[in-house]
Ligand binder design. Structure first.
Ligand code: ADP
Ligand code: MG
Length: 474
């Protein structure tokens, strides 16, 4: 099983204890030393790195001023060698100056030095089959790949983290992706799963929603077959659970998930979780589980920006082989800001309408087709009302909504009002411009983009605008 370490014939014990040449067993002193260094590593590198990389190291032998430590995979060996070995050696040498070298060997199936056991291989071999038979994994949407995922400021971190999970062996654990409805969490999860299937076919990847996890668990209890359930979930290489907020309040499911989670982390298996909010804000979730979920990397997807929405629409047009005028795309990107699913739905509708009626897509036809959708977000708010409330909110004169003054303290509120006018009323950009002291439509467009940028960057500004929006529509 040992991949290296063939040069152990001449044994020089570290403490002058005569070691039997055929065993090289570390002395109790060496074991204690390693235990101490182990704890120091945990402290120095932090829990997340420790869990992912260092915990699986297991002391195998001591000879020639060398400590031999095993890890379960070649990848881990390389990673530890490149990143941590020098420091670990320093820590060891500080305890015992005789230690001059740290040799890392790969022992397949070694798990951790706390006596964890490797997954029984028959189970492992059958996992895919079993999972399929039991319908445990959820199907992956063929459209949700990295190729079709458009990257912008609001999702750059989550996207980068997702890519890293595919490239690296357990770069952080768990990866926790959160964000509002329809912002691309599921898309990213599927993209990871697809990519892993392609690039790491040897890995068992299981993707399912938290609801489905719960359902399967309850079913297993009813069938009195929780053993199979546990075995399957504990023997995957990558476990992906979508919308974890759904297990809130479901105590036994949470408990089971927590144990699965721990078992997998202990085996250095990757866990990827998504939710509609950060771990700290998950309510009805056990404190232990909550804190455990934030040990790895927590990546959020913000509300989309105008540019991202436009980019997504353009990409979608490409996939649909539809030719849609730029002005229509811009209109949609400006108008439908809540959620990308709705944005895509709107595009699909106008494309389908044009196909059925064999007519071209124009701004007029778009307005007509999307009447209901656009009206529902309009709710009879007038530009006058918006100007009044925004002026009041920022404590500026109403006249400044129309004035030419460019001082930031009036220009910014004016931009907010333009942005809200665009979002909450059916008025066109030129119409809005006219209402703001006869400004050009490009000025309005600029204002909308600016505000969206600020919203994406600054949560307190977002709060501010949301308060105004609620005041106007509520
Ligand atoms: P969530 O799981 O966050 O509610 P989804 O992943 O289901 O959202 O995304 C909703 C829709 O929006 C899907 O059709 C998805 O493909 C699309 N979408 C979201 N973000 C992007 C993006 N950055 N690029 C392309 N499509 C996206
Ligand atoms: Mg989703």
């Amino acid at each position: 099983m040992l991949e290296s370490g063939g040069k152990k014939s001449a044994v020089v014990p570290l403490y002058g204890h005569a070691l039997a040449p055929e065993t090289f067993d570390p002395t109790p002193e060496i074991k204690a030393l390693w235990g101490k260094v182990y704890e120091q590593m945990r402290e120095e590198f932090g829990e997340a790195i420790f869990r992912s990389w260092l915990k699986p190291m297991s002391l195998q032998a001591a000879y020639h001023g060398t400590l031999e430590v095993s890890v379960p995979t070649r990848f881990m060996k390389d990673w530890i060698q490149n990143h941590y070995v020098a420091r670990i050696l320093e820590l060891c040498a500080a305890e015992n100056a005789d230690i001059k070298r740290l040799e890392i060997v790969v022992v397949h199936g070694s798990v951790d030095s706390q006596g964890g056991t490797a997954v029984a291989s028959p189970v492992k071999a059958n996992v895919n089959e079993l999972a399929e038979k039991l319908d445990l994994s959820s199907p992956l949407d063929p459209r949700f790949t990295f190729e079709t995922f458009v990257v912008g400021k609001s999702n750059a971190l989550a996207h980068a983290a997702a890519s890293r999970v595919v490239e690296c062996n357990v770069p952080f654990n768990p990866l926790f992706i959160y964000g509002g409805v329809g912002l691309g969490k599921t898309h990213l999860m599927h993209a990871i799963a697809w990519e892993l299937k392609e690039k790491r076919p040897e890995k068992t990847v299981m993707y399912l929603s938290a609801e489905k996890f719960m359902y399967q668990f309850v079913r297993a209890i009813r069938a009195q077959d929780t053993m199979t359930f546990k075995e399957i979930f504990r023997s995957v290489d990558v476990l992906m659970i979508d919308d974890i907020q759904f297990i809130a309040g479901k105590d036994s499911t949470q408990e089971e998930f927590f144990h699965t989670f721990n078992a997998l982390v202990d085996q250095n298996k990757q866990i990827i979780i998504s939710a509609d909010r950060p771990p700290s804000e998950l309510q009805g979730i056990d404190e232990r589980l909550r804190s455990r979920m934030s040990w790895g990397l927590v990546a959020d997807i913000h509300t989309s920006t105008y540019d991202l929405r436009l980019g997504i629409l353009k990409a979608r047009c490409g996939h649909l082989s539809a030719s849609v005028p730029e002005s229509v795309l811009e209109f949609l990107a400006l108008k439908i800001t809540t959620n990308i699913r709705e944005l895509e739905g709107a595009l699909n509708r106008i494309v389908a309408h044009a196909e059925v009626t064999k007519s071209d897509i124009t701004l007029e036809s778009t307005l007509e087709v999307l009447q209901d959708l656009l009206r529902s977000s309009d709710r009879r708010v007038t530009i006058d009302e918006i100007q009044r409330q925004v002026a009041e909110h920022y404590n500026i004169r109403l006249a400044d909504m129309h004035s030419a003054r460019r001082a930031r303290n009036v220009a910014r509120p004016r931009q907010v009002a333009m942005y809200l006018a665009k979002q909450l009323t059916p008025r066109s950009l030129p119409e809005i411009g006219r209402k703001f002291g006869g400004r050009d439509h490009t000025t309005v467009m600029h204002a909308v983009k600016k505000i969206e940028e600020l919203i994406a960057e600054d949560p307190s500004f977002l709060q501010d605008v949301e308060t105004l929006r609620r005041g106007l529509t509520g």
